[in-house]
Design a protein around this ligand. Structure first.
Ligand code: NAP
Length: 220
């Protein structure tokens, strides 16, 4: 499968590296490949992952059969707009982003929140995409290597398209998630719930002083 990861941050690179290690073709999308390659963090990572391509958002989206949104949640609509609607048609978008608003400092607030979510906003804005919200409720190291957290813990799925969710469920299992750990919450509206886990996740990170933890739904 050919994956296009929109986002050059730690999340995009972590997911790209895992997909690459599983034998998938991977291209990462960015606003300006030359500027991104000039970044020390990205250049060092690229040396370690030479098979992963780097392209503009529209070129990456055109190449990808499945898309991953790993951009900042407050700029995801801008990034997808830049990716070009023509390259999104009918494709699955795995949405990992959280709409964190740091404009008033830390901890951030969420926007949208309560009566809307980023997952819904993306699905509404780009109805040609099959949006599956997942993996946004944990640190990126755990997304692709759930064994980093001992014992049982869960990952959530939200989305309107049953086939898309089935495909993403399969991908999560290939990352190492046990089948029963993947909890399908229902339609994309349920992304409100998982995005609103972020305030408690951030407080847990603060009080525990680390990121290698996750939510476990006992009795699920
Ligand atoms: P990030 O710094 O939040 O986002 C980086 C990406 O956003 C870059 O590719 C950047 O493009 C793009 N971007 C920034 N401003 C833009 C604009 N105005 N228009 C278009 N694109 C723009 O990356 P991250 O820390 O890896 O996080 C990615 C997402 O995952 C976030 O939504 C975050 O909340 C979520 N998340 C993170 C974790 C975690 O473990 N850190 C866990 C769960 C969810 P360029 O490449 O051109 O610079």
């Amino acid at each position: 499968m050919r994956y296009a990861i929109l986002g050059t941050g730690v999340v995009g690179r972590t997911v790209a590296a895992r997909l690459d290690s599983l034998g998938h073709e991977v291209v990462i999308g960015t606003r300006d490949p030359v500027a991104t390659l000039a970044r020390e963090d990205y250049a060092a990572w690229r040396t370690a992952h030479p098979a992963v391509g780097l392209a503009t958002f529209p070129d990456a989206a055109r190449e990808g059969e499945v898309l991953v949104n790993a951009t900042g949640g407050r700029v995801s609509i801008a990034a997808l707009t830049e990716a070009d609607a023509a390259h999104l048609d009918g494709k699955i978008l795995i949405d990992i982003a959280n709409p964190l608003d740091f404009s008033r400092g830390f901890p951030p607030s969420l926007d949208p929140v309560d009566t809307d979510s980023l997952g819904e906003l993306i699905q509404r804005t780009f109805p040609q995409l099959r949006v599956v919200k997942t993996l946004n409720t944990m640190h990126c190291s755990i997304m692709v290597d759930p064994a980093l957290v001992p014992g049982e813990h869960n990952v959530f799925l939200s989305g309107e398209d049953a086939d898309a969710k089935k495909a993403v469920h399969g991908l999560l299992v290939s990352f190492g998630w046990p089948d029963h750990a993947v909890l399908d919450l229902g339609g994309i509206e349920t992304a409100r719930g998982t995005e609103m886990l972020l305030p408690i996740w951030l407080r847990l990170m603060g009080s525990l002083g680390r990121t290698d933890f996750n939510f476990h739904i006992q009795g699920a």
